[in-house]
Design a protein around this ligand. Structure first.
Ligand code: C2O
Ligand code: CU
Ligand code: CU
Length: 468
């Protein structure tokens, strides 16, 4: 069976299975090998290439490998990593490590932290990831073309100590705008609808052994669908399991298992880690489903192989917490952030790196050019060591996944819903919602602060927060 599922992962698994003398041995011994010390020096090269979604080859995509998904980078918590990124494209590029708390100069934001990388130039990114979890990487210059055409990869920071999952299955959810014959459509039509949206994920069918608990990580990028934002709605299979982490960090309060009545909303830039027990009987399938409107489609299908390893949900240990200092909510300074349309109407945009030439959105009623070389100050200056509450208010009817680079924050209250306790880098701000997020300014630098719907980001909903 040919599977589109994480080829790198499957290769490793096959080697382990073969090396251990058969399918039945995909147990603890295999699990250790799955968490072998990661290679910590990577080379990535962006390029135009093609990729076969199923049987049909789509040309004109941007990837880091030929006819393959962008590779899954596995770093290790607390261990230095080097990633040499070579821009193999005609346009400028940079690479950003979404969700990682790293030194400002390594953040990959054009002009703010580095100059864009020209064709065939290499930039060395060097950092030590302090937190374990599921993150992702993507260009932060010419993102409308480079991200939309496929350069979005999963970045996993493995826990400092090995965890005893029997399998670790990363899955990158991404929409491509394709025609009926699977060729790629122009990635943007100004404010137009995406008429030929096709849902494609990495996975058609994957095999998992009858394992203790598989850990399933998603790393979604969503582009605009026929409505303004394409937020994934996920329904999980009826197997024993638990959401263990959200946006990289272990949850602090249980999140309900998503059902068809109450699907999980996963906005652009957000990630979820799920632990589940594979079915005991060989051949049984586990299906993760998505909803397009109300129509279900298969996101990932996995099939149990080998002997039942008799794992139980109760064996699940909570993930180790990432250690960082927490914001002091009592002592926090409150700052208001208003997200909406630009009050002055459409203006011109002086941003670079693929910014559209018009303005539509604003932060605090100011359209922020985002990637501008000069002429913009920070949305807010925060002082190192001080805690803040950012009171974010959405005065538009759209959903905005608001993302902050370089820092983590904790949503503490919403006027519309209960938000389970967790730390994150991206919050999906709903229509008419006001959310207070608490953040400790503990990482100096200029940190991008933007909506992760790229069209919003590139038309005014992108500024930065300065920590001094
Ligand atoms: Cu996913 Cu500004 O980043
Ligand atoms: Cu980011
Ligand atoms: Cu937005």
């Amino acid at each position: 069976m040919r599977s589109l599922f994480e080829t790198e992962r499957l290769f490793k698994r096959r080697e382990i299975l073969a090396g251990a003398g058969g399918l039945a041995l995909a147990g603890t011994a295999g699990a250790k090998a799955l968490f072998a010390e990661p290679d910590r020096h990577f080379r990535l090269r962006s390029r135009m290439t093609s990729y076969a979604f199923g049987e049909v080859v789509t040309r004109g995509l941007v990837r880091s490998e030929d006819n393959a998904l962008p590779r899954v980078l596995r770093l290790r918590q607390g261990k230095p990593a080097i990633i040499d990124y070579t821009n193999g494209l005609e346009d400028y590029s940079t690479m950003h490590w979404h969700g990682i708390r790293l030194p400002n100069a390594m953040d990959g934001f054009p002009y703010l932290t580095q100059f864009p990388i020209g064709q065939n130039e290499t930039f060395r990114y060097e950092f030590t990831p302090p937190d374990a979890g599921t993150y992702w990487y993507h260009p932060h210059c010419m993102t409308m073309s480079q991200m939309a055409l496929g350069l979005t990869g999963i970045l996993i920071v493995e826990e400092a100590d090995d965890l005893s999952f029997d399998a670790d299955i990363p899955l990158n959810l991404k929409d491509f705008r394709l025609t009926e014959d699977r060729s790629v459509l122009p990635y943007f039509t100004a404010r137009g609808a995406w008429r030929y949206l096709r849902q494609c994920t990495n996975s058609k069918l994957a095999t998992v052994a009858c394992l203790r608990c598989a850990r399933w990580r998603t790393d979604p990028i969503a582009l605009r669908g026929t409505d303004t934002t394409r937020v994934h709605k996920l329904v999980f299979p009826d197997v024993p399991g638990q959401i263990i982490a959200w946006d990289g960090h272990p949850i602090e309060e249980a999140i309900l298992w998503p059902t068809i009545e109450a699907p999980l909303l996963l906005g652009p830039g957000q990630r979820v880690d799920v632990a589940f027990v594979a079915p005991a009987r060989e051949g049984q399938e586990v299906v993760f489903t998505g909803l397009l409107g109300r129509t279900p489609f298969v996101v990932a299908k996995m099939r149990a192989i080998g002997q039942d390893l008799q794992r139980a949900k109760d064996d699940l240990q909570p993930l180790p917490r990432n250690s960082f200092e927490k914001p002091d909510i009592e002592a926090a300074i409150i700052q208001e952030i208003v997200v909406g349309r630009t009050p002055k109407g459409d203006g011109t945009n002086n941003g670079l790196c693929g910014t559209f030439d018009y303005i539509f959105w604003s932060i605090n009623r100011n359209p922020w050019p985002g990637d501008a070389v000069e002429g913009t100050g920070p949305v807010l200056t925060m002082h190192q060591g001080q805690s803040y509450i950012l009171r974010m208010r959405n005065e538009s009817p759209n959903l905005h996944p608001i993302h902050l680079h370089g820092l983590v924050f904790k949503p503490i209250r919403s006027n519309l819903r209960h938000i389970p306790a967790y730390f994150t880098d991206t919050l999906l701000l709903l229509k008419d919602e006001i959310v207070d997020i608490a953040v400790l300014a503990d990482n100096p630098g200029d940190w991008a602060f933007h909506c992760h719907v790229i069209e919003h980001q590139k038309t005014g909903l992108s500024g930065y927060i300065r920590v001094v």
